[in-house]
Structure formats: C-alpha cells, structure tokens
Design a protein around this ligand. Structure first.
Ligand SMILES: Nc1nc2c(c(=O)[nH]1)N[C@H]1C(S)=C(S)[C@@H](COP(=O)(O)O)O[C@H]1N2
Ligand SMILES: [Mo]
Length: 395
C-alpha cells in the first residue's frame, strides 16, 4: 500500500516536469559527423578525481564518481585506478605470460594463446582494500567519491585460470601462486591455491572491449570479491610455490592492524558494505522537503547481498530498500528508497546484510574491534546529514 502511494507521487512529479519541458531541442549541435570510436556528449562532465602521490613516479589513484553512475556498471573511462609504479605501455602482440614453479610443464602463453581458451564473462565489483582509510582514522572525505570512490564494477571477460592450469599440471606441493605484474615495480601478490582453482580469472576484456591500459592491458588477474590489490595488473608471471612470497609490500601495506598492535597479514575478502550515493556529501537538495529517491550501492566479497535497509532518522528506525534485480553475486547491487523529506534536519544512512547473515557494522562497532589506526578493509555504515537548507554533509 505504502509502496503504491509512493509510486503515484513519483508519477505526479513526472507529469509536472514533463509539462514544463516544452522547449524545443536543438538538433545536431556537435555536427552530424560520425566517429569510428565513440565519445560522450560534450555536455556530460562526470569525471574521476585524481590523487598523485609523490613517493615514486606514476604512483597514485583516481576515484570513480559513484554519485553520478547510473545502474551498476562503471563505464571503463570512469573505473577507479590504483597504480604503485605507473602504467606500462604494453603491446598485446608481444606480451607473454609465464607459468612456472611447482608444475609438471612450465609454459609461456601469448595473448593469442590465452584467447583460444573458452571465454568466460561475469560482472564483478573491484574495491581497493584501502578505500575509506580516512573514515576509520576519523578524517572522512566530504564526498562519496572521495570516501568510497576506490570502488567500481565491470563486466570482465577472460579465461578461468583453473582451465589453463589443466594443461600445466599443478604439483600437490603447490599451495601458493605468486602473481607478478610487468609494471616498473613488478608488483606481486601471493594467492592461496584454493582461490586460484575456485574462481580466479585471467582477464583481457572489460565492458565488452579490451582492458584499458590503466586496468592492466593486455592481461590482469581478477580475484572476485577479494581486495583489489590481489588482482595483479599487466600480469606476466605466475609462480607456483609451497610458500607465500613475503614481499615488503604485502606485509607492510595490505594488512589490518588490530587494537593490540598485531597485524593480520592475509585478509583478502572484502566484507559486506553499502553506501548512499544520492543524496550524498556535497549535494544540495531544494530546501522545504519533498519526495526524494535515496539510492546507492551494496556489495560483498562473500557472495550475494540479502537485504539493504535505510534509516532517515539517525538510525532510530530502519526500513527495507528495494534492490534492483537481478542481484548478482560479487557485484554492485543498486538499491532505492523513496523518501518523503519533511524539510527538517535529517541523518540518512544505509546498512546491508549478506547471504551469510553478516550485518554491516556501524563506525563505532568497527572501531571498537579494530581501533582507528589501520584503515584497511573499512566497511562501516556511512551516515549523511541533510541540513534544513538542503546541504548534505558527512554526519
Ligand atoms: N601490477 C600491478 N597490479 C596492481 C596494482 C599495481 O600498482 N600494479 N595495484 C593494485 C591495487 S592496490 C588495486 S586496488 C587494483 C586497482 O585496479 P584498477 O586500477 O584497475 O582499478 O589493482 C591492483 N593491481
Ligand atoms: Mo588497492
């Protein structure tokens, strides 16, 4: 009943807007020529926010404008980026992948070899383990792009690594795979063999075309649901070993420090998380209240999201949001919630539950367990304050 009423009020809103939009539209503003490779309208301005780090050349990140994304797929040009030593210029015609170590038959595969295997396409989110470091440390960025933008979702195409390994002959002592990139820093990660054989992918396609150079062209590893760092880009070597390679990068950077000061070295899975992307920090609603759609994303590295709830009164009460179907495993889920704002100051927030029954924690709950210092794998609820003048800020 409540739902039907809300839908009616949105329809009324539509009718009012349509009536006031009778201005003729100019045709062919940008000329009638066609492009062999498409570009968006010059009136569209959605952009990543770039943060260069000075530590070494080409180091830094760029963040996806989550508040401006429609649906669940991140356009490749807006996919977030995280590079530790720049973006190498690699020719797919000469690129090779070496598989060696504890295998019966070491091999070198060209991109043409890799593309001869049956292809596999699936939509998966990718999130940097360091997304929202500032939130945990008590210095949150003012916008959702700043605080959550090391998160994207694409349809990836490639080959199941388990299939490729059938021809290589993994030896029983092979418990780890060390994946290495061809970037200047030769970034490498150690991956337990169970994940390799479960759903690891060798990816060459992103949203229907070749990977972007920034996403690892021509080949990357993709470990669905795991921290982005393990999805090694510009992949050129897979070494199978009995032990993990403890590189300084792995042990120092991608761990969560507990309150006792002890580090958890191997935490891979990104746990359930949700965030309201509209309205969100930096936006301004027309003052005086009215009907607004609250929308955002939910995701979990453990499978499917089971439930998304929204609170518009500072967490006093919660109501179910609608999840856009199909709800895919290990992908971003779009949720929506019609909100009749009364025009008074309000705190809005979303929380989600995954299929294992795990409920996304509040900031206070997370900090009580992990403390404030580390900042990796932060997945707490993010409240936004809507002021009487309609301005939205971090609550
Ligand atoms: N070779 C290599 N792989 C890499 C990185 C890198 O710097 N070099 N960055 C990692 C990190 S920290 C993340 S979060 C993801 C980011 O992938 P994206 O840039 O395609 O979003 O790639 C990972 N793979
Ligand atoms: Mo990352």
């Amino acid at each position: 009943m409540k739902k039907a009423q809300n839908r009616r009020s949105f329809l009324a809103l539509g009718a009012a807007t349509a009536a006031s939009c009778t201005k003729p539209v100019a045709t062919s503003e940008s000329g009638a020529h066609m492009r062999v490779y498409g570009e968006r309208s010059p009136h569209e301005t959605s952009a990543r926010v770039i943060r260069e780090l000075t530590a070494s050349l080409g180091t830094g990140s760029s963040r996806t404008p989550l508040h401006e994304i429609y649906g669940t797929i991140t356009p490749s040009a807006l996919h977030y980026e995280r590079h530790h030593s720049g973006v190498p210029a690699i020719d797919s015609a000469t690129h090779e992948l070496l598989l060696h170590g504890l295998v019966d038959k070491p091999i070198v595969l060209t991109m043409a070899d890799i593309k001869r295997f049956p292809a596999f396409s699936r939509t998966y989110f990718l999130e940097c383990g360091g997304n929202s470091v500032g939130d945990q440390q008590g210095t949150p960025m003012p916008t959702v792009q700043g605080s959550h933008g090391l998160l994207s979702c694409a349809e990836w195409t490639g080959v199941k690594l388990s299939l490729v390994l059938q021809g290589v002959g993994l030896q029983p002592e092979a418990k780890w795979m060390i994946a290495e990139g061809a970037d200047a820093g030769r970034m490498a990660r150690s991956v337990p063999i169970e994940k390799v054989l479960d759903d690891a992918l060798l990816v060459y396609g992103q949203n229907g075309e070749a990977l972007r150079p920034e996403q690892g062209y021509p080949l990357r590893l993709l470990l669905p649901g795991w921290e982005g760092n393990t999805s090694v880009k510009w992949l050129h070597r897979l070494h199978f070993a009995a032990e993990a390679a403890m590189s300084a990068k792995e042990t120092a950077n991608y761990t969560e420090l507990g309150k006792d000061g002890k580090a958890q070295i191997f935490t891979f899975v990104m746990e359930a998380r949700s965030v309201i992307t509209r309205p969100s920090g930096g936006m301004k609603l027309p003052p005086g209240g009215g009907l607004h759609e609250i929308t955002g994303f939910a995701w979990t590295g453990k499978g499917r999201i089971a439930r998304v709830e929204v609170s518009t009164n500072g967490g006093a009460t919660w109501a179910d949001a609608e999840m856009q179907s199909p709800v895919l495993s290990l992908a971003l889920v779009r949720f929506r919630f019609p909100w009749q704002w009364d025009g008074k100051e309000a705190v809005i927030q979303a929380r989600c539950t995954d299929e294992t029954g795990y409920l996304q924690p509040t900031h206070e709950e997370l900090v009580a367990v992990r403390g404030r210092f580390s900042g990796y794998h932060y997945n707490a609820v993010r409240p936004w304050r809507v002021a009487v003048d309609g301005a939205v800020t971090v609550a």
